[in-house]
Design a binder for this molecule. Structure first.
Ligand code: SF4
Length: 357
């Protein structure tokens, strides 16, 4: 089996959702207009994806894009039956869904168990009641705690989605949300800095000046901190930033906010910078050359977008040249001047180093 999980996303756009969160235009986010969501819709998507997936690849069906467990029970079962069918045949190994915290109770979870669902991701967005109110979420912080507890008690894998930069939030309240989310011990997290999408109430708030989005730099700053907090607590951050699909591009559907097509890399490069800076800060480089020994996979994050980190390091420390040598070691990054080692750090320590800075 190929260990990298392949996702078959089945978008359930706004079906079942009675709410109108200020940031959401679900039809646009999922890249779908009006769509007839039913059993055949789900089967067609799975069959289409199957043509491109090798049978030895681990595969997961993911019901994304709406509030899955808020859908009327008959349609929910229709869709779940499709997932269950392919899982029983061994064609898919996992079933995942995303939903709202207040659309979770014992009956709903029993239904998900009956159809062998594995992962439930909760859009908690913020754990500050005032921020939730301003975002018109229609649920409270307590709903997030109750739902998370129940999901874990029923043995599902729990995911949290958080949105820094919502109306009324501050850097401190976004960090507090992360700390409170960690206290619930989710197995995985997605961090989506708030973007302004066309045809949303957030856009109107932006236009009348009642909402000021984060800049890219502010979003990278708070996300780097939150991401590092999750990582040092051994919680897997499976996505940072909104996926750049055909329908979500700056100037098209995203009309404001901290959009960047490689947002995660901006975050990774900021975190790496701190660890390298800490090694160099008390050394005299003085117009000499340094060499960084690192695994191939890490080099782009170390360099940064358009070599931003290299340029910054050269300017700060008056470094003549930065060169790289590929290491087979996945974890250790070493820095040399001539053949003298200046220092090293473990890849897993970069988050701790960032938080301690
Ligand atoms: S609950 Fe989800 S689908 Fe419904 S409006 Fe809010 S973000 Fe959109």
């Amino acid at each position: 089996m190929n260990n990298k999980m392949k996702i078959i996303p089945i978008f359930v756009p706004h079906v079942g959702c009675k709410f109108d969160c200020v940031f959401c235009n679900q039809k646009r986010i999922t890249g779908k207009g009006t769509v007839n969501v039913n059993k055949q819709y789900a089967i067609d998507i799975v069959e289409e994806y199957r043509k491109t997936i090798d049978e030895n690849t681990l595969t997961e069906i993911a019901f994304f894009g709406g509030s899955f467990t808020a859908i009327e029970k008959e349609l929910q079962e229709e869709l779940l039956q499709v997932g269950h069918f392919y899982k029983k045949l061994g064609i898919v190994q996992k079933i995942r869904m995303s939903t709202r915290p207040d659309a979770i109770d014992e009956d709903i979870l029993k239904l998900q168990k009956k159809y062998n669902v594995d992962i439930i991701e909760l859009g908690i967005q913020s754990l500050d009641d005032e921020v939730l109110l301003k975002a018109n979420r229609g649920h409270t912080r307590q709903d997030c705690f109750n739902a998370s507890k129940l999901i874990k008690e029923y043995g599902f894998t729990l995911g949290h989605q958080v949105m820094p930069g919502l109306p009324g939030s501050t850097r401190e309240s976004d960090i507090k949300t992360c700390v409170d989310s960690i206290s619930m011990k989710p197995h995985m997290v997605r961090i989506y800095p708030t973007l302004i999408i066309k045809d949303t109430n957030l856009l109107y708030m932006y236009e009348d000046g009642t909402y000021i989005p984060l800049t890219v730099q502010e979003a990278v700053d708070v996300t780097s901190y939150i991401y590092s907090l999750y990582m040092v607590n051994n919680i897997n951050v499976i996505r940072i930033g909104l996926q750049n699909t055909e329908s979500i591009n700056e100037g098209e559907d995203v009309v404001g906010g901290p959009f960047h097509p490689a947002f995660r890399q901006l975050v990774e490069e900021k975190i790496y910078f701190t660890s390298i800076y800490n090694i160099l800060k008390d050394k005299n480089i003085d117009d000499r050359q340094i060499k960084i020994l690192a695994n191939n996979k890490e080099i782009s994050n170390i360099c940064g977008q358009n070599k931003a980190n290299i340029i910054k390091l050269k300017n700060i420390f008056n470094i003549k040249k930065v060169s790289f040598e590929i290491s087979n070691d996945n974890n250790i990054i070493e820095i040399y001047i001539n053949s003298k080692k200046l220092g090293s750090f473990n890849k897993h320590d970069i988050y701790k180093n960032y938080l301690n800075n």
